[in-house]
Design a protein around this ligand. Structure first.
Ligand SMILES: Nc1ncnc2c1ncn2[C@@H]1O[C@H](COP(=O)(O)OP(=O)(O)O)[C@@H](O)[C@H]1O
Ligand SMILES: [Mg+2]
Length: 250
């Protein structure tokens, strides 16, 4: 599904190198977790997979379904089936949630399906994720609580049905019941769509107790330094990240 080879990238405007040779691969139907301290480059990796133009790839390759997508614009990556749930969803004053979905779903649903039908499904999904229907009339994320923003980011997986969903710190800002609920519906979605791949990005292992990832990766200084199974996440939970940093230096 996704193959990343020796990916190096920098912030365009600053000439600041952030990714220093990322290698990893996610197969169809797999759930992966990328862990790492704040500032290690996890969100940047998500943005670069999605094609955020603020960053420039200086070396390496990103393949999605065996196609090199390094230079593909973000909207084309989205229509190919990549979705990124932002760590910090932005406010878009003037665009109601209803209008946002009316526009975005155009790309993912057949023209034959009348919008009121899609809208009904979206309202049902919002309900499942604990968002009241009248939120559809509010401007996107304006005045929304951290938890509301995260729920809406996550529920969009069920709206667009991507092949690869990257969920960046979906656990931050969500209370424990909200988190359980979100993970429950994402897990359910994966069960119903077994070809879907999911990447959870987090710096806490709190999230991992509700997941059964195929692999856990640890990112330090813009590199994946160690990959393993759930036992790696448990080790990080107990020992933090410093032992890994020390072991890299030596
Ligand atoms: N657009 C940007 N402009 C300047 N610095 C950036 C930008 N994006 C990321 N960085 C820097 O890159 C580093 C990694 O950030 P980030 O990918 O957000 O880390 P993480 O998600 O692991 O906490 C941080 O030092 C951050 O300040
Ligand atoms: Mg981040």
């Amino acid at each position: 599904m996704l193959k990343i080879r020796d990916l190096k990238a920098k912030v365009k405007s600053l000439d600041k190198q952030i990714l220093n040779g990322v290698d990893f691969e996610v197969k169809k139907g797999e759930i992966h977790c990328i862990m790492g301290k704040n500032g290690s480059g996890k969100s940047t990796l998500g943005h670069i997979i999605m094609g955020n133009p603020d960053y420039e790839i200086t070396d390496g390759q990103i393949y999605f379904e065996n196609e090199l997508i390094n230079d593909l614009p973000t909207n084309e990556r989205a229509t190919k089936g990549i979705y990124l749930a932002f760590q910090n969803p932005i406010e878009i004053p003037g665009v109601t949630l209803a209008n946002f979905f009316r526009y975005t779903t155009k790309k993912f649903y057949s023209e034959d399906i009348p919008y009121p039908k899609i809208r009904k499904q979206i309202v049902e999904l919002l309900g499942k994720f604990g968002i009241p229907e009248d939120t559809m009339r509010r401007y996107l994320n304006e005045g929304f609580s951290g938890g509301e923003r995260k729920r809406i980011e996550a529920m969009q997986v069920l709206v667009y049905k991507p092949k690869l969903a990257i969920l960046d710190e979906i656990d931050s800002g969500l209370d424990i019941d909200g988190l359980k609920n979100v993970v429950k519906y994402i897990n359910e979605y994966v069960e119903q769509n077994p070809d879907t791949s999911i990447i959870f990005i987090t710096h806490y292992s709190r999230l991992l107790q509700y997941l059964s990832p195929n692999m856990v990766h640890v990112m330090i200084n813009g590199k994946i330094v160690l990959s393993g199974d759930m036992s790696l996440a448990k080790e990080i939970d107990e020992k933090g990240y410093s032992w890994l940093e020390d072991s890299i230096k030596t």
